[in-house]
Design a protein around this ligand. Structure first.
Ligand code: C2O
Ligand code: CU
Length: 531
């Protein structure tokens, strides 16, 4: 069921009215500017006004791993306070972040499959927040539905919707059953209309799931198992994150100024919060859990050893996808990583000599965004022990069969079909998000075939509560790297994906949406219900 409130319709009406204010410059111009793409991503580059640091000087930070405040037979309990903090990202200026425990990225939570995880969130920020465990198969009321607010400790906020007083205040628990295999999940803000700016200010962190099967494989672990949260950001002259919110207080009119309606692209690449950082690596195998947590930017990652590609320089071997391990490792020259997607890879540096530099580049980027981070190989294989393995078989994920399909659906992501004052919105099947409307009812445990079509722009498709397997995609985001169970898929402008979808965890209402956060905030979201 949906969590209804009598004011939801007003909320929707007011929310879609927002772009009117920002449309000011007349319909035609807005129409054109709202379908922009740059650097292979929907969106427009927002240049920094502060000087950016030199690349490859800062050491890669690792987000702190959160310790449970207590554990009992079946459950681990954690506490997180969402608050302001300060980060030193630029050389001479501080940047205010809105972070989980005041840091960006937030602390990493590590859950054991089969054990319940309870996270108590306290909101010391000045705005309502919503926590979504991206990739988690969780109960609908724990999923971070966009209007399921956690209001500030300081008091309930009547936000842009003129009300928004539903939800908890101060603190609330999110209860996750963690009834799913080992995987790289992440958590981030999901507040109605304001997800883009709130994630941009720092509300994102890793949530890893481990299990025995994975541990038995002998994959690189400990300090050779490294999460990499990649984002783009821009900075204002005072060092703050630069973002084109209509109302930077995030309490009034939602949305971004019209020219950024397609997405906000930053010019500074951060990995775990540091600009173009460096990681010293041994000549050994490493596991990297790559997450693109950007609002609008897609990355095409490649490892550049400064050598001829054929001579054995370090390359990506994919071992896991959004929802966990693949059946077998897949070597990939390049990783196309859309917003929200995770790629678990092993990189073997053992062919490298002491002092070799391996640069992770972004083939979709230009100028400052063409580089991501650098690895400096340190030591020789004689003095470094690598006890890890990369087995030929990793897991035995169930493969869904087209023969089991009980229903087919098509979802078209495009601009248009719904509008406010001559300004057309981002829509799913021609409709702007209405928390009251359910687009699809899916029977629990059944397999459906979903065709997702992307028009006017690139639209990464994401579904809550369940997972899917990709039968095929058209366009450049081709099939090979879409293996395994996924919850997010990269779609090019004009692209289409054929998915086999199954929801077998929890009943209830949840959303599917575009993971370009500016599109999502501007209505590219729909409800479905698992019954
Ligand atoms: Cu990562 Cu509904 O989002
Ligand atoms: Cu989109």
């Amino acid at each position: 069921m949906l969590r209804r409130s009598p004011t939801r319709r007003d909320l929707f009406r007011l929310a879609v009215a927002a772009p009117i204010v920002l449309a000011g410059c007349g319909g035609r111009a807005v129409e054109n500017s709202a379908n922009t793409s740059a650097q292979g991503s929907a969106g427009r580059l927002l240049p920094s006004q502060a000087p950016l640091p030199q690349p490859f000087l800062r050491a890669l930070p690792l987000p702190p791993v959160l310790k449970p405040v207590r554990s009992d037979a079946g459950t681990d309990y954690y506490e997180i306070t969402q608050k302001r903090g300060t980060a030193r990202i630029l050389d001479d200026l501080d940047t205010e972040v809105w972070g989980y425990d005041g840091v960006f990225p937030g602390p990493t939570i590590v859950s054991r499959s089969g054990r319940r995880t309870v996270v108590q969130h306290t909101n010391e920020l000045p705005v309502p927040v919503v926590v979504h465990l991206h990739g988690g198969r969780v109960a609908a009321d724990q999923d971070g539905y966009p209007t399921d607010y956690l209001h500030p400790v300081s008091g309930r906020v009547a936000d842009s919707h003129g009300q928004g007083l539903n939800g908890a205040q101060g603190s609330r628990d999110y209860v996750y059953e963690i009834d799913q295999p080992a995987a790289t999940l992440w958590y981030h803000d999901h507040r109605m209309d304001f997800t883009g700016p709130q994630v941009y200010r720092g509300l994102a962190g890793f949530h890893l799931v481990t299990d025995e099967e994975e541990e038995a494989l002998g994959l690189p672990s400990g300090e050779r198992d490294v999460p990499l949260m990649i984002v783009d950001r821009s900075f204002a002259a005072d060092g703050s994150f630069r973002y084109p919110s209509v109302d930077p207080s995030l309490l009034g009119t939602p949305g971004v100024t019209a020219e950024y309606m397609s997405g906000v692209l930053g010019d500074c690449v951060l990995v775990n919060g540091a600009p173009w950082p460096v990681l010293e690596v041994a000549p050994a195998r490493y596991r990297f859990r790559i997450l693109n947590a950007s609002n609008a930017r897609r990355f095409r990652l490649r490892l550049d050893s400064g050598l001829d590609d054929l001579d054995g320089g370090a390359q990506f071997v994919q071992i896991g996808s959004d929802q966990g391990l693949l059946a077998a490792p897949v070597p990939l020259d390049r990783l196309d990583v859309a917003q929200g997607e995770r790629f678990d890879v092993v990189v073997d540096f053992s062919a490298h000599a002491d002092g070799d530099l391996v640069t992770m580049v972004n083939e979709r980027g230009e100028g400052t965004t063409a580089q991501v981070m650098r690895f400096v190989v340190t030591g020789t294989t004689e003095d470094v022990r690598d006890g890890s393995r990369l087995p030929d078989r990793l897991a035995d994920p169930e493969v869904l069969s087209e023969a089991d399909v009980v229903a087919t659906r098509e979802f078209t992501f495009r601009r248009g079909g719904a509008e406010a004052h001559g300004m057309s919105l981002w829509t799913v099947n021609g409709e702007a998000f209405d928390p009251e409307r359910v687009l699809a009812q899916v029977r629990m445990g059944t397999v459906e075939r979903w065709t997702v079509v992307s028009q006017n722009n690139e639209h990464p498709f994401h579904v809550h509560l369940g997972a899917f397997q990709v039968l095929g995609t058209t366009g450049a985001a081709a099939g090979r790297a879409d293996g395994g169970w996924k919850d997010t898929v990269n779609l090019d402008n004009g692209g289409r994906a054929e998915l086999l979808v199954r929801f077998d965890g929890h009943r209830g209402a949840a959303v599917l949406h575009c993971h370009n956060l500016e599109h999502e905030d501007m209505m590219m979201m729909a409800n479905f219900e698992v019954v």
